[in-house]
Design a protein around this ligand. Structure first.
Ligand code: NAI
Length: 505
């Protein structure tokens, strides 16, 4: 494979610099590592060599191969040792003034080199602007841990020479990584696209719709996420994730879609950071997460007959499901006086639907049918403020009859999964509208960078852009909040029934 670079300099031998040095050597480059703290350099090169030793011990690499790699890694004692590099990647402290100063020094030292920055939150253009080597400064954003996270964002600044990015993409491929091209905008691709998941979950919790653990269970079991948003925040730590939420929100001039939450601000102030402090949204005992015991469905001897609203989403699927659950189904135009009334709105709240359709709110329950029941591992029901306890328990028991877990939540515009998925896809759609990246790169970056089961646009295709638009339009009505306004990009595709992954001419 054509690498295009022979000698890679690394400045900053911390968590990221070490990983980048390792994969650069594995790609066949000579690597020179520098850090302002010399002990960091030796610690880094030792750690990398130990990693290759382990691979030899496990039979994943030959001793000869490891020896070749050892020979490619060199400690720099002074920054001048980087003079022979044809690319230098900086992974120093995340501070604009310090990174600019470093780029100015490197520009003088390595007048022909590409100068790449691994910044995660600063503007590449701001780092490059006015520098002698401005046209050769570029973003090269890896994820932690670098050898395992197989994606890297390539971010040209406003004045970067267009020939630079393709060279970086070739280097990334030689490193075994997938490069994705991003416009120099706050959060680039992955940290921007990741906004919807956590902020909407916080909003749902803030509205008392469900507790943390229930929201996590719904999103893992219904939508297939590996970790729920609250467990994820506990893992990352609020000292990292809350400032990122604030920074992206403010860098986009208070765009409502990215609005952070007072919940995380307050918890950060209190030092309730997550796993690292032993307490976050969950408690941790000896590093083990303490989850609440699952709530058993109530015992209900006789279930009332069930009447399904003609407007329900996936009505035929609901009937099929009710038959499987051995329910007594009413098929008259209106419900009987005993019936459990079932509605399945998209985006709209159960209560408004009951009021508009003149259904008895005391006997009305909602079920989330955005996703095909057969593809999910949990069902979600919602009460209205007037739903009777016996009706809630009957619905809960009925939908648990086949052993599938059921969560009962309070009513809001959209259920948990509808809200989070619609918000996430809408943000992804708007990133395409802004030309931040191509639809394909967006899905690739998010799948590899965030470990989501699918990219948001792929997910949007599976759900149907029209269904997502209905969720968003209705949520906008319920909340009157511009954060739910559908992106024009999603509207156009929804109107034409087009794939979200299709690229425009
Ligand atoms: P770190 O704190 O582990 O390592 C930074 C290293 O840079 C330290 O060894 C420090 O001595 C050295 N350093 C600081 N200023 C220097 C200077 N002026 N000249 C030479 N060396 C200097 O930091 P980490 O986590 O590796 O992050 C580095 C960069 O990568 C930051 O820009 C960060 O935003 C970015 N990044 C971090 C990710 C992460 O998960 N840790 C993920 C993606 C990007």
């Amino acid at each position: 494979m054509e690498i295009g670079f022979s000698t890679v300099g690394i400045v900053g031998a911390g968590a990221m610099g070490r990983g980048i040095a390792q994969i650069a050597a594995e790609a066949g480059c000579q690597v020179i590592v520098f850090d302002q703290q010399p002990e960091q350099v030796s610690a880094a090169t030792e750690q990398i060599r130990a990693q290759w030793h382990r691979q030899v011990a496990k039979g994943r690499r030959s001793a000869q191969d490891a020896h070749t790699l050892f020979e490619r890694i060199h400690d720099a004692v002074a920054m001048e040792d980087l003079a022979a590099c044809d690319i230098v990647v900086e992974a120093i402290v995340e501070n604009l003034a310090i990174k600019r100063q470093l780029m100015a020094q490197l520009g003088k030292l390595c007048p022909a080199a590409v100068l790449a920055t691994n910044t995660s939150s600063l503007s590449v253009t701001a780092i490059a602007s006015g520098q002698d080597r401005e046209s050769h400064i570029v973003g090269f954003h890896f994820f932690n841990p670098v050898p395992l996270m197989k994606v890297v964002e390539v971010i040209p600044g406003l004045n970067t020479d267009p020939a630079v990015a393709p060279r970086l993409c070739a280097l990334a491929r030689a490193m075994g990584h997938t490069p994705v091209m991003a416009l120099d905008t706050p959060g680039f691709i992955v940290n921007h696209a990741g906004r919807g998941f956590v902020t909407e979950a916080l909003r749902i919790h803030g509205e008392q719709v469900a507790d943390f653990a229930t929201i996590d269970q719904i999103l893992t079991d219904q939508a297939g996420f590996k970790l729920g948003p609250f467990e994820l925040m506990d893992l990352t730590g609020l000292d990292v994730s809350h400032p990122v939420m604030e920074s992206i929100y403010n860098q986009f001039y208070q765009e409502p879609r990215y609005r952070p939450s007072v919940t995380t601000a307050q918890r950060l102030t209190a030092g309730v950071l997550g796993r690292k402090t032993g307490a976050g949204f969950y408690r941790y005992t000896e590093g083990q997460i303490q989850r609440p015991e699952p709530v058993r469905p109530p015992n209900v001897a006789v279930c009332p007959p069930v009447w399904v609203s003609p407007k329900a989403a996936r009505r035929a699927d609901i009937y099929r499901l009710l038959k499987t659950l051995d329910a007594h189904i009413e098929t008259a135009a209106a419900p009987s006086a005993q019936a459990l009334i079932l509605v399945a709105p998209l985006g709209l709240d159960v209560t408004t639907l009951a009021a508009v359709d003149q259904l008895d709110p005391g006997r009305t329950m909602g079920i989330d049918m955005l996703l095909d029941d057969q593809t999910t591992r949990r069902r979600v029901l919602a009460t209205t403020p007037a739903t009777r306890a016996d009706i809630r328990d009957a619905a809960w028991a009925l939908f648990s009859r086949d052993g599938k877990p059921v969560s009962v939540i309070r009513d809001s515009g959209g259920f948990v999964t509808q809200r989070v998925l619609a918000h996430m896809v809408n943000i992804a759609a708007d990133m395409c509208q802004q030309g931040i990246c191509t639809p394909t790169d967006l899905d690739t970056a998010v799948t590899l960078g965030l470990g989501y089961p699918n990219g948001p646009l792929h997910l949007g295709d599976a759900i149907g852009p029209g269904n997502l638009l209905e969720v968003l339009f209705n949520m906008q009505t319920v909340y009157g909040d511009p954060r739910y306004r559908p992106s024009p990009w999603l509207r156009r595709r929804g109107a034409l029934g087009l794939s979200l992954l299709q690229e425009e001419l």
